[in-house]
Ligand binder design. Structure first.
Ligand SMILES: [Zn+2]
Length: 311
């Protein structure tokens, strides 16, 4: 485990996450439709290689290759019984790459299904599923957890509660994916920034953020401004004698996806990505990474731009 605990570390200036896993797997010949999470078992060397590439690019933390490793998402690949194995191994691979000096965040993505009454999932059942994933990640030695790409308020709340119920007090980051519509930023399920932030903060997360989505690169800057102002206003309202400071994180895509040969392609160059991220950082967003379409070259460009000294 790294010497400075993660909760302290994220308050000390810039903290650089990694970029996309899926995009990197694709460039290494993994075909679309493969269960990426199962590669932790089947091809651990490829996953390790990607973690190493990000660490070499300057990432302070790598995210485990477990975004779709909850029971519901794995069931779509006939792997519902492999939750523990896939998550624990995924955390171990990331730890092997990160060693003692860098951080490992256990990555948790959405169920891909809906809670009642929209869908068939019961809240208690969903909580058990996320708790089981988090426990298996903890078993493989993570420094904290990151809940990403959420679009429903009830699901992100359940995920946060589930992770916190088994996390042994480790930090929890949580983020939602937005698109820009006529009503401003909304998730696919219609959640706005205020609702997302106040819910996550009330549940005691260490960092709140936005990732992925369908925004243009410039939209992420507007979204970051919104995140900062809503969070600071909330802090003011809730501030009592004890300090309440929530760290904000951003993991933009490399631009808006374009569909080419049935595949989403992201075209923003590392330099343009880094320039946008620098603006986001200047607003007070200290935890930065990349989502879809970002590569080690994007992270290296951000690292250079922000002149992060890797202590
Ligand atoms: Zn993404």
């Amino acid at each position: 485990m790294p010497k400075i605990n993660l909760r302290e570390r994220i308050r000390q200036g810039v903290f650089l996450l990694d970029g996309a896993m899926g995009t990197e797997l694709f460039t290494r010949g993994i075909e679309a439709g493969t269960c990426n999470d199962y590669l932790n078992i089947e091809s651990p060397d490829i996953v390790l290689d990607i973690h190493n590439a990000y660490l070499q690019a300057g990432s302070d933390a790598v995210l485990t290759n477990t975004f779709g490793a909850n029971k519901y998402a794995l069931a779509r690949h006939g792997l519902a019984d492999n939750v523990v194995e896939i998550n624990t191994t995924g955390a171990q691979i990331a730890r092997r790459a990160a060693g003692k000096d860098k951080y490992v965040l256990g990555d948790i993505g959405p169920s891909g299904d809906f809670l009642e009454p929209l869908g068939n999932i019961k809240p208690e059942e969903l909580k058990d599923v996320f708790a089981k994933q988090a426990k298996a990640l903890l078993e493989g030695s993570v420094d904290g957890f990151i809940i990403e790409s959420m679009t429903a308020l009830d699901e992100i709340a359940i995920a946060i509660e589930a992770v916190k119920s088994v996390s042994s007090g480790l930090p929890v980051f949580a983020s939602m994916a937005y698109g820009m519509g006529s009503n401003g930023f909304r998730t696919m399920m219609g959640v706005d920034v205020e609702s997302a932030i106040s819910k996550a903060v009330s549940l005691g997360v260490d960092a709140i953020g936005f990732n992925c989505g369908t925004a243009m690169l410039d939209d992420y800057l507007v979204l970051a401004k919104r995140y900062v102002s809503v969070t600071r206003a909330l802090e003011k309202k809730r501030a009592t004698s004890c300090e309440l400071r929530v760290t904000i994180f951003a993991e933009p895509n490399a631009g808006k996806p374009e569909l080419i040969d049935g595949r989403a392609v992201y075209k923003v160059s590392p330099e343009n990505f880094a320039a946008a991220v620098e603006k986001i950082h200047s607003l007070g967003v200290n935890i930065i990474g990349g989502c879809c379409g970002t590569s080690p070259a994007h992270i290296a460009a951000v690292n250079k731009k922000l002149q992060i000294s890797n202590v």
